[in-house]
Design a protein around this ligand. Sequence first.
Ligand code: FAD
Length: 293
Amino acid sequence: MDINSLFKEKKAVFSFEIFPPKVTSPIDTIYGTLEALSGLAPDYISITYGAGGAARSSRTLELATLVKRKYGIEPLAHLTAIHSDKNGVLDFLEDMKQNGLNNILALRGDKKEDCALSKDFRYASDLVTFIKQNSSMHISGACYPEGHFESETAERDLQNLKTKVDCGVTHLNTQLFFDNDLFYRFIERARKGGINVPIQAGIMPVINKRQIERMVSLGGVTLPSKFSKLVARYGDDDISMRAAGIAYATDQIINLLTSDVQGIHLYIMNNAGVARQISDNISCIIKGINNRP
Ligand code: FAD
């Protein structure tokens, strides 16, 4: 199944993102999470791709295969290019094919100090072109409502996004954001700029202060005052912060659904309890939207 085709069948697509455990952790730490997520019937589950060479990348494929075979849910396997070469990508594509996987999220990835830069791929669009030339995968890509942090201007970033889409991306997932107005403005600019593929909104329920501190250190994501106040008020109390963070994300999602967003992609940080709470809050609304004639 092609992820893009989900947007033809449904008015609002709902998905989760998980990450494989580190190679030093047992893989079965994720099994319980997957079991719980499968009960929430997402439209697909995306699996990130980390640095760490073949062992870690095989975990992305292992989990994607499990999601597909054991749970009958469509997986979206991520792949980054910045430290990869053509042969490595060909191997990854072949493994995907052997395991019946046909949806890939093609990314540039972030530069790691201790790894040599790829001689074959500079941008995600190079990877997209290569995948198109060498496989029949359906290709998704990443986009940034506030502009990618390395880009000089949001306009330049949008032009680069258009190039990436024109190379063969048929679906986009956004970077997480906390201010829906930024997302709405981005969608307007993207459509005006001729980017017509489905764009899913990436939402991350923030359940502890450490997550925010990490996000702020990475940069590129605006924290609106409503959100900052919430963190200032509840950040030192994990139980309250969790409840407030889930309420904030739910509020964002309902506002997005009310404004006809094409889909919600939930960054759950492998926390099935958070995924369940958000699903409980919004599943009736999504069902209602999708049942509307
Ligand atoms: P690109 O689309 O290549 O863009 C990167 C930068 O280059 C941008 O500033 C862009 O404007 C610029 N650019 C693009 N093309 C050109 C061009 N032709 N000329 C000049 N400039 C250009 N990281 C991981 O390591 N693993 C993951 O699994 C992962 N999953 C992610 C999922 C989502 C939905 C998102 C939003 C991000 C994810 N990331 C992941 C992070 C991502 O790898 C980083 O944000 C990375 O810095 C950019 O990747 P990209 O694919 O968006 O790059």
